[in-house]
Design a binder for this molecule. Sequence first.
Ligand SMILES: [Zn+2]
Length: 249
Amino acid sequence: MNERIYRTEAIVLRRRDFGEADRLITLYTPGRGKQRVVAKGARKTTSRMGGHLELFTRSQLLLATGRNLDIITQAQTIMPYRALREDLSRISYAYYVSDLLDKVTGDEEENRPLYNLLVQTLAGLDTAASPSLVVRFYELRLLGLVGYQPAFFHCTRCQNELTEQAEQWLPPAGVLCPECALQSPGALPISLAAFKALRFLQRQPFADMTTLRLSEALQGEIEDILRRMIRPILERDLKSITFLQAVRR
Ligand SMILES: [Zn+2]
């Protein structure tokens, strides 16, 4: 046998049954991005791996290069994110976060900052007071990390620096200066509060989010803007958004 063994940490994005007792697992890893692998025998009650390969778990893995798919041979949990699993609202956010990542990334494209963002987001969903704000931060930073950085500091049409007088934005790219807003059919209004909050989320570190206090109406406006920014890069609306909305009702 000349199989190659390698070690990586990973987050479990998706999993499904495969064959008699195996699982097909979609991982997100720091060094290889999204990766589809097999966990042999993971569904057997005697399996030592099963519990370390739960959805959203951050684990240290040992893998063997396979002919088609690589095979997980050992798994050890780094972070189980237990609180996240005990709250339906938080877990529905986690489904959305992993679904979005799965949809906007191709297989085996290294993106270490995106891995770090995912880890930060799951940790935030596990502990933060406002999981919805954690997800808004995630959406905004993810757009930048996959090449669709929205414009909140410079006009998306003429690139001039924006002042706080900006009142319109152009989906999906970003905010317009007052002059360009007059010449942009399809521009939509944005409130000063939403504009300021989005600038804050785009520039400030994750930890600063705990200082943000946003009304429900403002959170709704920001959510809507981000959704319109994300929608064009997805082929279809995510199933997990429907699930998230059903949980809210
Ligand atoms: Zn402009």
